[in-house]
Design a protein around this ligand. Structure first.
Ligand SMILES: NC(=O)C1=CN([C@@H]2O[C@H](COP(=O)(O)OP(=O)(O)OC[C@H]3O[C@@H](n4cnc5c(N)ncnc54)[C@H](OP(=O)(O)O)[C@@H]3O)[C@@H](O)[C@H]2O)C=CC1
Ligand SMILES: O=C(O)C(=O)CO
Length: 319
C-alpha cells in the first residue's frame, strides 16, 4: 500500500511504516500536479505538514484516498469536514510538538528581553568604535523571573508554556474558551513535581495583567484576535509572542505598537503571509523571527513520524 509524504516525514515514521510493508514515497509534488500523481501511483494515504493544502477539489479528484495525515497540529490547510464526509480518515499528531513550540516561545522571550535579535544583526556590522555604543543600547535588558505571562489558549501548548514559566518563577495568567481551572503538573529533573491550579480568566483581564502575552489558539475564523483594541488594553511596554498562526495577531497593529513603544518587542514564528512575510516585519529591530519552526526539533519530528505511523497502521488494519 502506498503512502505519499508530500512535505517530508521523519525517518522514524518511514522506518515504522516500511517495516509494516507500506511503500513510503517522500516527495514534493507541486500542488497543481498532486491529483495526477496520487491517481497515477494509486496512493491511499497522503501525508502533509503545513505547506501542501488538501482542499475539496483535490479530495474529489482522488477517490483512492483513505487517509489524509497532518504531521502536526493545525489542520487549517485541510478541508477536514469535507474529507470526513467522504469517509476519508483525517489524522494529526496533537501532542507530539507541544514541548518544542513552548520552548520556542521562551527562545523568543529571552531573545527580546536581551535584544539578541538586534545584536545578532548589528554586531557583525560594527567596528571597534561602535562596540561600546551597542553595549549601551542593549543595556536595559529585563529578567523574566517575577514577571507575569499571559497565555491565551490553555490547551496542550499553552500548558507546556505554563510549566516552563512556573519553573522560571513567573506568574501565570491564562484565558481559554473553556472557563475553569487547568491543573498543571510541573516536573523537575530531580523527579520532584508540584501541582499548580490556574484559573482561566476573561481575555480582558489577561491583557491587563500580562507583561508577556503568548498566543496558543488555532487560526481564528473571524480574523485577528489581538488587534489595536486589545493591544491598547495591555500594559505599556508589554511583549507579544505569536507561535500559533499568522493573523491571530494583527501585524499592522503590532508594527504600530512596536513603533510607538506601546509594545516593547515581539516574537513571531508565524505570519499572515507565509512564506513571504512583509519586509517591515522581517527587518523590524524589535521583532525576533523564526520561519514557522515551532515543531522543527529532532524530538518533535521523531514523535510526529511515529504517531502518524501508529495511527495509519491502526486504521488500515481495519480494512
Ligand atoms: N508554530 C508552530 O510550529 C505550531 C503552531 N501550532 C498552533 O498552535 C495552536 C494550538 O495548539 P495546541 O495547544 O496543541 O491546541 P489545543 O487544541 O490543545 O489548545 C488550544 C486551546 O485554545 C482554545 N481556544 C481556541 N480558540 C480560542 C479563543 N478564541 N479564545 C480562547 N481560547 C481559545 C481551545 O479551546 P477549544 O478546544 O474549546 O476550542 C483550546 O483549549 C494550533 O492550533 C496550531 O495552529 C501548533 C503546533 C506547531
Ligand atoms: O503543527 C502545526 O500546527 C504547525 O504549525 C507546525 O507544522
Amino acid at each position: 500500500m502506498k503512502i505519499l509524504a508530500n512535505d517530508g516525514l521523519d525517518q522514524s515514521g518511514i522506518d515504522a511504516l516500511t517495516e509494516k510493508g507500506f511503500e513510503v514515497i517522500v516527495s514534493k509534488v507541486p500542488q497543481e500536479f498532486l491529483a495526477d500523481f496520487i491517481n497515477a501511483h494509486e496512493i491511499r494515504t497522503l501525508l502533509v505538514r503545513s505547506a501542501t493544502t488538501v482542499r475539496k477539489e483535490l479530495i474529489d479528484a482522488c477517490p483512492s484516498l483513505d487517509i489524509i495525515g497532518r504531521g502536526g497540529v493545525g489542520m487549517d490547510n485541510i478541508d477536514v469536514d469535507y474529507a470526513r464526509s467522504k469517509n476519508i480518515h483525517v489524522i494529526n499528531t496533537p501532542a507530539a510538538s507541544s514541548a518544542s513550540v513552548a520552548e520556542l516561545v521562551f527562545a523568543h522571550l529571552f531573545s527580546g528581553a536581551r535584544f539578541l535579535q538586534d545584536s545578532n544583526r548589528k554586531m557583525p556590522l560594527v567596528g571597534d568604535t561602535q562596540f561600546n555604543q551597542l553595549k549601551k543600547s542593549y543595556g536595559k535588558g529585563i529578567e523574566l523571573r517575577g514577571k507575569t505571562i499571559g497565555i491565551v489558549g490553555m490547551g496542550r501548548i499553552g500548558q507546556e508554556v505554563a510549566r516552563i514559566a512556573l519553573g522560571l518563577g513567573m506568574r501565570v495568567v491564562a484565558a481559554d474558551n473553556n472557563i475553569g481551572r487547568a491543573s498543571i503538573k510541573v516536573k523537575f529533573y530531580n523527579n520532584q513535581f508540584i501541582n499548580v491550579d490556574i484559573e482561566t480568566e476573561p481575555l480582558e483581564d489577561v491583557l491587563k495583567h500580562a507583561d508577556f502575552l503568548t498566543l496558543h489558539v488555532p487560526a481564528q475564523k473571524g480574523g485577528s484576535m489581538i488587534g489595536v483594541e486589545e493591544i491598547n488594553k495591555m500594559k505599556d511596554g508589554a511583549v507579544i509572542v505569536n507561535c500559533s498562526r499568522g493573523g491571530v495577531v494583527d501585524e499592522h497593529a503590532l508594527i504600530g505598537a512596536l513603533n510607538s513603544g506601546k509594545i516593547a518587542f515581539a516574537g513571531l514564528d508565524v505570519f499572515t503571509n507565509e512564506p513571504t512575510p512583509s519586509k517591515e516585519i522581517l527587518n523590524h529591530p524589535k521583532i525576533s523571527l523564526s520561519p514557522h519552526t515551532g515543531a522543527s526539533t529532532v524530538e518533535a519530528q521523531d514523535r510526529i513520524g511515529l504517531s502518524l505511523a501508529e495511527q495509519i497502521c491502526s486504521i488500515l488494519q481495519t480494512y
